[in-house]
Design a protein around this ligand. Structure first.
Ligand code: NAP
Ligand code: ZN
Ligand code: ZN
Length: 350
C-alpha cells in the first residue's frame, strides 16, 4: 500500500441484522504519527454481534467490526518513534481520544470525557467513519497501538486486546489476588480470560456457568470450583462466599440472586453489556454493604501492562481460527454459547 488513501478488502454488515459480506473499504493515508498495520488476526467479540445487529442502537452501516486486532507494521509516518516496520502490534477497542481531559492524562482513555474514538462504529477526528479489524490493513496513530510481546503468538494474542483487558482491568482494580475469592460468571470469550488472569493473579477462582457442560475446561483454565447457575441449589450453597463477582454475561442476569453470593463489602462488577436494562432490589446491596459496579475495557497503558503480564504468565486465549466466510456461522455459535473460547479470523482469507 502506498501512503495515499487506499482501498482494502473487508467483511462488513451492510445494514443492521444483515449477514456480513465481503466488500472493500477506504483506509486513510499514513499520517505523521500513524502506523500502517497488515492485520493478521481479528477476534470475534460478542460486542461485534451486539453492534452488527444494532442491539445497542445507533449503529453506523455498513459496519466493519473487529477490535481484537494483531498484525505487523508495514509502514510508519515520519514522526513515529515507538514502532518500526516489522514490529508485532495490536489494536483494541479505541483508536483515538481527546488526549487532554483528566481521564486521558491519567491513561484512562476509555473514559475520555469528550468520548474516545472507537475502532469501528464511530466517527474519527477526520470526520470519516472508523472501520475495524475484519479487514487486511488498518492505519492507527502510534499512541493507540500496542506492542505484542515476543512470547505471545499473534493469533492467541488477538483476543487479549478486548477480552484480556476487559477482565484484567476490573480484576486489578478490585484487588483480585492471594486470599480473595473471585467468581467469574459466564465462560465465554471474556470469561475464560477472566479465569486465566484471576488465577494468575493468585485468586481462588470459581466459575458460575449456566450448566456443567464446560466444567473440565474451566478447571483446566485455572478455576478451583465450578457451579451451574441453572441449579438453584448453587445460590444456597454459595451464599456470602465471594469478595468479587465478575459478570461477563451478554444477557440480563437476576442480579439479586448473584448479589446474595457476595461477602460483606463484596463487589459485583459487570463487564457484560446486555441489550436490555436490568432491575434489582436495593436491599441486595444495603444488607452487607455491597457494591454493584461496571467497567469498560482499559486504558492504553494498562492494556500494554496486561499484554506484558499475559506474556510473562504465558496466557494466550483459547481460540478457534476461522476463515472470513465462516464469520456469520461463528456469530450464531457465539449466540448459542457454543464458543471455546474465542473465534479468531485469519484475515488472509478475506
Ligand atoms: P461470549 O463469548 O458470548 O460469552 C458470554 C457468556 O455468557 C456465554 O459464553 C455464556 O457462558 C454466558 N451467557 C450467555 N447468555 C447467557 C444467559 N442468557 N444467561 C446466563 N449466561 C449467559 O461473549 P463475550 O465476547 O465474552 O462478551 C460478553 C459480554 O461482554 C457481551 O455483552 C459483550 O458485549 C460485553 N463486553 C463488554 C466489554 C466492556 O468493556 N465492558 C468488553 C467486551 C465485551 P456459559 O455458557 O458459561 O453460561
Ligand atoms: Zn470486545
Ligand atoms: Zn479525553
Amino acid at each position: 500500500m502506498s501512503s495515499n488513501v487506499s482501498t482494502v478488502p473487508a467483511y462488513a454488515a451492510p445494514t443492521a441484522k444483515a449477514p456480513l459480506e465481503r466488500t472493500t473499504i477506504p483506509r486513510r493515508a499514513v499520517g505523521k504519527h500513524d502506523v500502517l498495520i497488515e492485520i493478521k488476526y481479528a477476534g470475534i467479540c460478542h460486542s461485534d454481534i451486539h453492534q452488527a445487529r444494532d442491539g445497542w442502537g445507533e449503529g453506523i452501516f455498513p459496519m466493519v467490526p473487529g477490535h481484537e486486532i494483531t498484525g505487523i507494521v508495514t509502514a510508519t509516518g515520519p514522526s513515529v518513534t515507538t514502532f518500526a516496520v516489522g514490529d508485532r502490534v495490536g489494536v483494541g477497542c479505541m483508536v483515538d481520544s481527546c488526549r487532554t481531559c483528566d481521564n486521558c492524562k491519567a491513561g484512562l482513555e476509555q473514559y475520555c470525557t469528550r468520548g474516545s474514538v472507537l475502532t469501528y462504529n464511530a466517527v474519527g477526528k477526520d470526520g470519516e467513519p472508523t472501520h475495524g479489524g475484519y479487514s487486511t490493513h488498518i492505519v492507527v496513530d502510534e499512541a493507540f497501538t500496542l506492542r505484542i510481546p515476543d512470547g505471545l503468538p499473534l493469533d492467541a494474542a488477538a483476543p487479549l486486546l478486548c477480552a484480556g483487558i476487559t477482565t484484567y482491568s476490573p480484576l486489578r482494580r478490585w484487588n483480585a489476588g492471594p486470599g480473595t475469592k473471585v467468581a467469574v460468571v459466564g465462560l465465554g470469550g471474556l470469561g475464560h480470560m477472566g479465569v486465566k488472569i484471576a488465577h494468575a493473579l493468585g485468586a481462588e477462582v470459581t466459575v458460575l456457568s449456566q450448566s456443567l457442560r464446560k466444567k473440565d475446561d474451566g478447571l483446566r483454565l485455572g478455576a478451583e470450583h465450578y457451579y451451574a447457575t441453572g441449579d438453584d441449589a448453587t445460590f444456597d450453597t454459595l451464599a456470602g462466599t465471594f469478595d468479587l463477582i465478575l459478570s461477563t454475561v451478554s444477557a440480563p442476569l437476576p442480579l439479586d440472586k448473584f448479589l446474595g453470593l457476595l461477602t460483606t463489602n463484596g463487589a459485583m462488577v459487570n463487564v457484560g453489556a446486555p441489550e436490555e436494562p436490568v432491575s434489582l432490589n436495593l436491599f441486595s446491596l444495603i444488607g452487607g454493604r455491597r457494591t454493584l459496579a461496571g467497567s469498560m475495557i482499559g486504558g492504553i497503558p494498562e492494556t500494554q501492562e496486561m499484554l506484558d503480564f499475559c506474556a510473562e504468565h504465558n496466557l494466550g486465549a483459547e481460540i478457534e481460527v476461522i476463515r472470513a466466510d465462516q464469520i456469520n456461522e461463528a456469530y450464531e455459535r457465539v449466540l448459542a454459547s457454543d464458543v471455546r473460547y474465542r473465534f479468531v479470523i485469519d484475515t488472509a482469507t478475506i
